[in-house]
Design a binder for this molecule. Structure first.
Ligand code: MRU
Length: 346
């Protein structure tokens, strides 16, 4: 099943509610842009490529939300709703790419029905393209893995972080599909545990061998020679760094120290090559995520309630730590300032 999709009967965006996993598998139906924006903020849907499709479907949803007296009024309304979607999370560049692409697609439409049709078609195309790109990332990335390899991964970069298949986990899936025996070590990924809740759940669904560790065990397992390579995803790749879930940088430094390849798997829509590290806004999230053991019910405190908290959701890893970038256009090796522009050019 796709992580996010359009339900034409109910005229709503449906998504797997990732805040409920692994306790229960539930679909969430978002009938308004505000519902969808809240779902993005609380991470019911998350992961850069999934946010790309969600942003695109969100703009399409705005076109169906109500009746309009004329097409210009409709386009103004849709633009305002697009701003609500764009204000949800600042770091993953894919969200903006998905939103902008649908806004651009409808700009030439001259009547209400064609705006609806074009918006939905474009969103569907973005979702399809995501799956196609992930399969290619998987195909190219699988060549880097040998039969018997153990891959350490961070956060969730699988089906749930994309429309389907996954980026870093897509590489693992493709290698397994080719017949290689691959084992995964998943870091739990504090504070919201995308690794333990989502990565472990989805790999176990597919019968892929996965072992959970705490984030603080990564150095220990590397030193014990239990890891052949690291593969992570990305929320934004700028010309000097990779932004990904907080904790990724620590893993990259540890990998370098232990001589272990550190790969980043991401579609080219995650690249924002005209920017550098200092220009990217890193999302800061609620202190509740750190002080409660289950942020959803906010019952069990695991830190004093009034403690000062710093909770950035992402960190940046300088590209010098990255052994290769795995994209749908192939594996990009350093030097990135020379090789990335060659791949990104249309
Ligand atoms: O806060 P999240 O769960 O949206 O963060 C997601 C990540 O950092 C993923 O590792 C990244 O988006 C790559 S997903 C293919």
């Amino acid at each position: 099943m796709r992580t996010v999709f359009w339900d034409s009967a109910e005229k709503c965006v449906k998504l797997i509610d990732q805040t409920k996993l692994p306790d229960s598998f539930e679909l969430l139906c978002c009938k308004s842009v505000e519902d969808l924006a809240e779902a993005i903020k609380r991470l019911s849907v998350r992961g850069a490529p999934a946010l790309e499709a969600t942003g695109a479907y969100g703009v399409a949803l705005a076109c169906f939300e109500r009746e309009f007296s004329d097409v210009n009024e409709m386009k103004e309304y849709v633009k305002r709703k697009a701003e609500i979607l764009a204000s949800t999370r600042p770091t993953a560049v894919n969200l903006f790419y998905g939103i902008d692409r649908v806004i651009k697609a409808i700009s030439q439409c001259e009547d209400i029905e064609s705006v609806r049709k074009v918006a939905l078609n474009e969103a569907e195309r973005i979702a399809e393209e995501d799956i196609e790109r992930n399969k290619l990332i998987g195909k190219f990335g699988a060549k880097l893995l040998r039969d018997g390899d153990v891959v350490l991964t961070y956060c969730n970069t699988g089906r749930l972080a994309t429309v389907d298949w996954g980026t870093a986990l897509g590489v693992v899936r493709s290698a397994v599909e080719e017949g290689k025996s691959i084992k995964v070590i998943a870091c739990e990924t504090r504070p919201l545990n995308q690794g333990s809740r989502l990565t472990c759940w989805e790999l176990m669904q597919d019968g892929i061998d996965v072992t959970l560790i705490t984030d603080s065990m990564a150095g220990y397992v590397m030193r014990k020679k239990k890891v052949d390579c690291v593969i992570v995803g990305a929320d934004r790749i700028v010309r000097d760094a990779v932004f990904n879930k907080i904790g990724t940088y620590t893993i990259a430094v540890l990998a370098k120290e232990h001589g272990i390849p550190f790969y980043v798997a991401a579609p080219t829509t995650t690249f924002d090559w005209n920017r550098c590290e200092s220009e990217v806004i890193v999302e800061e999230r609620s202190k509740d995520e750190l002080i409660y053991c289950n942020v959803k019910c906010m019952k069990t405190l695991i830190a004093p309630k009034n403690v000062k908290v710093y909770n950035p959701a992402f960190d940046s890893t300088p590209l010098s730590y990255v052994s290769a970038l795995i994209t749908e256009k192939g594996v990009i090796q350093p030097p990135y300032d020379e090789n990335v522009p060659k791949v990104l050019k249309p």
